[in-house]
Design a protein around this ligand. Structure first.
Ligand code: GUN
Length: 297
């Protein structure tokens, strides 16, 4: 059997078209566009590419994107002062400080300083706490939110499913597990110390791999017919010398023979992350403006 491909690019494009309609409505209702500010400290080329694509997507959706680059030797106090300024700016609904930050800056302190109502990454403890208690006003991290969207599109109700999440990061694993629990799945969080990881994975109807290890999840770890979501983005040496290619945390060709549906890498979860950032920005904007959330947002 060859699994169905879950097309994250198509799902993200469809979502972004919907969000553009909501963004127009927001602008018409309030007389201003929803606004997202991105902050990048230093010149890491990969981070610069990510941030550029976030601002471009924001503008394409009819929202206002502001990029605030800072030099690599910026002090923590200087970055905190910028966050305070953005917290106070009435035209800014979402603040994203691109991670990782240089060594002289404590990322936890910076995340803590962001107004939770503008925390469109969903990294602030207020938002992770709200997610943990099932409060629907939580702003939820974009990657797990994107995974959940793909799962619901593929499967409809997730209620009663056995879900295994590999990875326990605050950015993906933990919020993913909380979201699946919220959908009434039976959830296991596995990680690098899990004994008999393959056996744990074999019971999953839904398997989410977010470990950052290239092709770690093998075909024979997958229950026949399972839905597999691969969050990994790993650069590995390519077939030709000097070339590289991107692979996920799942050995795709093997897994495709076992799974019922699977996300490819690239083109699976990746495009959903930016779409969910736009969604979180619009949600934050509606809340800040005292507007009810439109259906489907
Ligand atoms: N660095 C890599 N991915 C992300 C993300 O989703 N948010 C932030 N703030 N930094 C990142």
């Amino acid at each position: 059997m060859s699994a169905a491909l879950i097309d994250g690019r198509a799902a993200a494009d469809a979502l972004r078209r919907q969000l553009a309609i909501h963004a127009d409505f927001f602008r018409a209702s309030t007389g201003r566009p929803a606004g997202l500010a991105t902050v990048l400290v230093g010149e890491d080329p990969a981070s610069a590419v990510y941030v550029r694509s976030k601002i471009k997507a924001t503008e394409e959706a009819g929202m206002h994107g502001v990029h605030r680059p800072l030099p690599a030797d910026t002090s923590e106090a200087e970055l905190l002062a910028l966050v305070v300024e953005l917290n106070r700016d009435p035209g800014i609904d979402g603040i994203l400080v691109q991670l990782p930050l240089p060594a002289q800056i404590d990322a936890a302190r910076v995340i803590d300083s962001i107004d939770p109502g503008k925390d469109v990454d969903g990294f602030h403890v207020v938002n992770s706490g709200r997610l943990a208690i099932g409060d629907p006003t939580a702003l939820v991290p974009c990657t797990p939110l994107g995974c959940l969207h793909l799962l619901k599109e593929q499967l409809g109700s997730l209620s009663g499913a056995e879900a295994v999440v590999i990875g326990r990061s605050n950015i993906v694993g933990k919020p993913m597990a909380a979201l699946l629990l919220g959908e009434s799945c039976t959830v296991t969080i596995a990680h690098s110390r899990t004994r008999d990881l393959a056996e744990v994975c074999r019971r999953a109807d839904i398997l989410v791999a977010a470990v950052g290890r290239p092709e770690m999840v093998r075909g024979d770890w997958i229950k026949p017919g399972a839905t597999v979501i691969d969050v990994g983005i790993n650069r590995v040496p390519g077939a030709e010398p000097g070339k590289s290619r991107i692979v996920g945390d799942v050995a795709f060709a093997e897994a495709r023979e076992m799974a019922g549906a699977i996300t490819p890498v690239p083109g699976g979860v990746g495009p959903m992350t930016i779409a969910m950032l736009l969604r979180n920005t619009l949600v934050a904007a509606h809340r800040r403006a005292g507007l009810a959330l439109p259906k489907g947002l």
